[in-house]
Design a protein. Structure first.
Length: 427
């Protein structure tokens, strides 16, 4: 903690004015306020004494006064008395008010008051930021397992993956430390869908009577945040309130990070926000062992995390979901002969749910897609799994952009595939 608090101001006065045209005249200006008592090298204000110096000069037909105030810690104290800092702040405010009332140009050159409260604020923000990272990391590791690597990588592309393992990437053991403060909250509080919204559109489009709709089923299509899904029942704290407070704290953190003025009021607000958020985050950490994530929701969570890393990651994940939907669409092809064909070949047991990867294998086997397209999609599968599940690997933006371009090319190809009946007839 600092022992001396220095504040410096630069005041400019037009030369043609006779007002404050010397150091003595400027001192007389200070004395005009009866609450300020000037001694030889000190200013007495209420119960404090502050050192001061005044330097003057002329530039571009303007007189300037460079004024330095210095409040020193009392020798008998281990640190500066905060109540006396408040009095010091009042003195400075009184001085600035007098200057402003006269319409004199005024600039702050140095402000240790702001430094003092910045030094008190930084540990608070550091603690809450890393507590948030702790919660997210432990939640993901214990409930989703974001570090696992795809063990079913096809042998035919393992050589390609191996050759590109270190291309354009850098290792990161703690990737959450690469995430901006404001975006950390997205992992917990950004709503997302787990059900395909297109299924809902089809249900609504095909329904004949309102009674045919199931309210609970409709609610399942609403986007929810991870906090709503897994934490709210345990913590009883609204995610909207948490997110608003996190955003408020972010604005104050920006003041701190960009060396903007930080006042005592700002510090008190930081202290209040951190204390409330810290209590809820710590409670969430302590109750993580009570959270169980259903197996069918783990992939959605992992994709949501990956999509929040940056804009390009989010764009890739969105396109990836569209690719999976297109694979499923091709598999079904508007309830045409595909399902019937596969059932006759005993490839699709009734009631069985296949993953998009398994469906892709079937599309290749019936020659709805070529071997070349099949391998390209498998490579995209692997990239997606690395992006979503590997925390120790960070992809360069150029790599993600390249994969996005490939995704779009594959999507265009799949959308141009003719109906399965046309393909089967041609055989």
């Amino acid at each position: 903690m600092i022992n001396n608090i220095r504040v410096e101001y630069l005041i400019l006065i037009r030369k043609k004015s006779n007002f404050c045209d010397s150091i003595d005249a400027f001192k007389n200006f200070l004395k005009a306020d009866s609450s300020i008592l000037l001694e030889e090298k000190k200013i007495k204000y209420q119960n404090i004494k502050v050192d001061y110096t005044i330097q003057t000069g002329t530039v571009n037909e303007q007189n300037f006064f460079h004024i330095k105030f210095l409040y020193k810690k009392e020798e008998k104290l281990d640190e500066i008395d905060e109540k006396k800092i408040d009095t010091y702040v009042e003195l400075l405010k009184c001085f600035r008010t007098n200057v402003y009332l006269l319409g004199i140009e005024f600039n702050t050159l140095w402000d240790d008051i702001s430094l003092y409260y910045s030094m008190k604020s930084y540990p608070l923000i550091y603690e809450i930021e890393n507590l948030m990272r702790k919660l997210i990391t432990k939640f993901m590791l214990t409930n989703v397992g974001i570090s696992w690597v795809n063990k079913t990588l096809p042998q035919e592309i393992k050589s390609v993956v191996s050759s590109n393992r270190n291309k354009g990437r850098k290792d990161k053991s703690n990737f959450l430390y690469e995430i901006d403060f404001i975006h950390l909250a997205d992992f917990l509080f950004k709503p997302y869908h787990t059900n395909d919204i297109n299924v809902l559109y089809k249900k609504i489009k095909n329904v004949k009577r309102i009674d045919d709709l199931d309210l609970e089923e409709l609610k399942s299509f609403l986007p929810k945040s991870n906090w709503q899904r897994y934490f709210f029942d345990l913590i009883k704290y609204e995610d909207s309130r948490f997110q608003t407070q996190w955003e408020d704290l972010y604005q104050l953190r920006c003041q701190l990070a960009h060396s903007n003025t930080l006042t005592k009021d700002d510090y008190c607000k930081i202290f209040e926000l951190v204390n409330e958020l810290k209590e809820k985050l710590q409670e969430a950490v302590d109750k993580l062992d009570k959270i169980e994530v259903p197996e069918d929701e783990k992939e959605s969570i992992a994709e949501n995390v990956a999509g929040n890393l940056n804009y390009l990651s989010g764009e890739f994940i969105q396109l990836w979901r569209e690719l999976e939907a297109e694979i499923i669409r091709l598999f079904i092809i508007s309830n045409s002969s595909l399902n019937k064909y596969l059932l006759e070949e005993n490839k699709l047991p009734t009631g069985t749910t296949f993953s998009p990867r398994q469906l892709l294998d079937e599309l290749r086997e019936i020659k709805l897609i070529s071997d070349d397209i099949y391998i390209q999609i498998l490579k995209l599968f692997h990239f997606r799994n690395q992006l979503v599940h590997s925390t120790d690997t960070v992809f360069e933006e150029l790599d993600i952009s390249d994969q996005i371009l490939k995704l779009k090319e594959i999507m265009n190809y799949l959308k141009d595939i003719p109906p399965i009946s046309d393909i089967l007839d041609s055989d």
